[in-house]
Design a protein around this ligand. Structure first.
Ligand code: GUN
Ligand code: FE
Length: 439
């Protein structure tokens, strides 16, 4: 067993932080939290008794005055758009996809290019303090396999989607339904098991990119292999109009996915939900469909302000997605700030909806988003120990409270203050960017 000693902050509930000055978290050999307390004695007889028995393997790791917080989770990002990060922001969604995004993703037919880019991607997630990622790759099975091996090599958790698409896209970024199914099955064979840290996730790009046959096959794969599902939902008005034409019987965009078994039949996350209205919200609530809120992407691709306060009031599950390259930042801490600021713009127009608070957005980024990966995102007993150690002494020039120190790190800090990263109880060293897999 390991016991970590530091200033501990986390959110059991979204309304407030738990703050333990000079506290302790005990973690067992499986990487799960067994106790969290302000003093060693209260950790439970187990831990305190063992402390005096140096030979039983209990190790106390002292992080001194540093902050210990749950690691970040990214619920929506496109690994195969990493080269486009921070460029090509002059078009709205549908022309943006055709002109910038699809041409970039075709390059992942080349596994050498894929390994080079994907190594930078995994490395930079590590740098940002994101230990669990739910990501789109591209249609290409072998490049997707490389990305999954890179997450495994790094020891970081990931749900990785080979992208399903076969209409309204370039011919060299399209696959037959049979090829898609075969590709998935070969990935499922290599990366299976419900406890695996890296797993495939069924990923139809969005309704406009997939024929009914492809959507049906995606739903069948999810059911057969009990895999999670991810896609895009109600992001842009032109997209929604296109879905109405393509799926005329559907009562809302979410219902179109639902008809193919892609809306909560297995754990499902949908990115954006900017224009989600009452019926879609009800369906998401009933099905436990999670929202990946991507505030920077919504600003850059000029979609709009997602009704996050309404989602939270309704009890919907919400986390954050960086959505590179619609979004420009991989930092989930930045997503928290943008989400708060966007909600304040919303609030100025409609005072009935209060703006988001720091504890709410921290909870969304940790415990709420983490629930998509299992028991992840908190320091309560039973949770997997995914954590960051924050050394904020350069930002800490005065007598700030622990909560103020965390707030200053979120607003002013960056990866330079992240001193240690843990995923499922293991410390995660810096991943290598030197290519070895592809030839
Ligand atoms: N909808 C379908 N594909 C994409 C994508 O790659 N990015 C975003 N933001 N929306 C999408
Ligand atoms: Fe996206």
């Amino acid at each position: 067993m390991k016991v970590y000693n530091a200033n501990i902050l986390f959110t059991k509930e979204r309304s407030h932080f738990e703050v333990l000055e000079n506290g302790y978290v005990a973690v067992d050999a499986d990487g799960r939290v067994t106790g969290v307390a302000s003093d060693l004695a209260s950790l439970g007889a187990d831990a305190s008794e063992r402390q005096n028995e140096p030979d039983d393997g209990t190790e106390i790791i002292d992080f001194g005055d540093r902050l210990l917080i749950p690691a970040m989770n990214d619920l929506h990002v496109h690994a195969a758009q990493y080269r486009n990060q921070g460029i090509a922001m002059d078009l709205e969604l549908l022309p943006w996809l055709q002109n910038y995004t699809f041409p970039e993703e075709t390059k992942y037919a080349d596994t050498v290019y894929a390994e080079r880019m994907y190594r930078r991607f995994v490395h930079d997630l590590w740098r940002a303090g994101t230990m669990r990622t739910c990501t789109f790759a591209s249609i290409h099975t072998e490049s997707t396999r490389i990305l999954m091996r890179l997450f495994q090599e790094a020891g970081m958790g990931a749900l990785v989607g080979k992208v399903g698409m076969n209409r309204n896209c370039p011919e060299n970024l399209s696959e037959s339904v049979e090829e898609m199914v075969q590709g998935y099955e070969s990935l499922i064979e290599e990366f299976n098991g419900p406890d695996a840290l890296v797993r495939p996730i069924i990923t139809p790009r969005f309704i406009p990119s997939c024929t009914p046959e492809m959507l049906r096959a995606c739903g069948e794969l999810a059911a057969k292999y009990q895999l999670h599902v991810q896609s895009h939902l109600s992001e842009n008005k032109d997209e929604i109009a296109q879905v109405k034409i393509l799926e005329p019987d559907s009562t809302c965009y979410g219902d179109a996915y639902d008809r193919y078994g892609l809306f909560g039949q297995t754990p499902t996350v949908m990115a954006h939900c900017v224009f989600t209205e009452q019926e879609e919200m009800e369906l998401m609530k009933r099905r436990g469909v999670m929202v990946a809120h991507c505030p920077t992407s919504n600003l850059n691709v000029t979609t709009g302000i997602a009704p996050i306060r309404q989602f939270l009031d309704k009890g919907l599950r919400v986390g954050f997605g960086s959505d590179i390259s619609g979004g420009h930042s991989l930092s989930i801490f930045q997503m928290m700030i943008y989400a708060i600021q966007m909600s304040k713009l919303h609030y100025q127009r409609d005072h009935a909806r209060s703006f988001l608070t720091l504890s709410e957005t921290f909870w969304m980024a940790t415990k709420s988003a983490g629930s998509f990966f299992g028991q992840v995102g908190s320091f309560e007993p039973g949770y997997e120990f995914d954590a960051l150690v924050i050394d904020d002494h350069e930002l800490n020039h005065d007598n700030y409270s622990l909560l103020e120190r965390l707030e200053r790190f979120i607003y002013l800090g960056d990866d330079r203050q992240i001193a240690h990263r843990f995923c499922r109880g293991k410390e995660i060293p810096e991943p290598s960017i030197f290519c070895i897999f592809a030839e």
